[in-house]
Design a protein around this ligand. Sequence first.
Ligand code: NI
Length: 203
Amino acid sequence: MVLPIVIYGDPVLRVDCPPVSEITEEIRTLARDMTETMRDADGVGLAAPQVGVALQLAVIDVAHAPELQTYFRVDGQEAVLSEWMPLVFINPEITPGRAREESTEGCLSFPGLRYQIKRPAQVSARLHLLDGRTITVETDGLLARALQHETDHLHGRLFIDRISAADKLTLKRRLREMYEDIEAEEREARRAARAAARADRAT
Ligand code: NI
């Protein structure tokens, strides 16, 4: 089931989420729905607070862009990226490398907004999976960025917290434009629904 994605301004996006303490059927269903929601929105990652659930659960899929990682290791062994995607995980612990790298980043809770964000280029991430396993992923590139971005979400941190001082100056205006775009889309959807209802009555 595709879930509605929470947009910036909702307080749930600022919650420091508690860890998942037990992998229940509800958690598995939520993970499936989040994966579907991420794909429906053409996203690379989605964290539970983005669908209104304050828990340390997230999903990432970078299978479409294997060239954006130069290495991918699971528990110290070279691994095949596509075999691990979508990667659903709970209670992540990230150890970042020292070198930093700037790249374009967006977020499904900020439709239309993209910023250059500097982050550690490499990470080691300890992830708990829904089948009870705990793995350590070492990688760089897009996956390293996504792991950091989603883990940030689980602690109430957002990518706009990491933008440059120059970008902060225009952030308010760009957020206003984002909300105006969302409102225009909602008005358009309501108009289309009314038109469809009228067409129904006419036939
Ligand atoms: Ni995000």
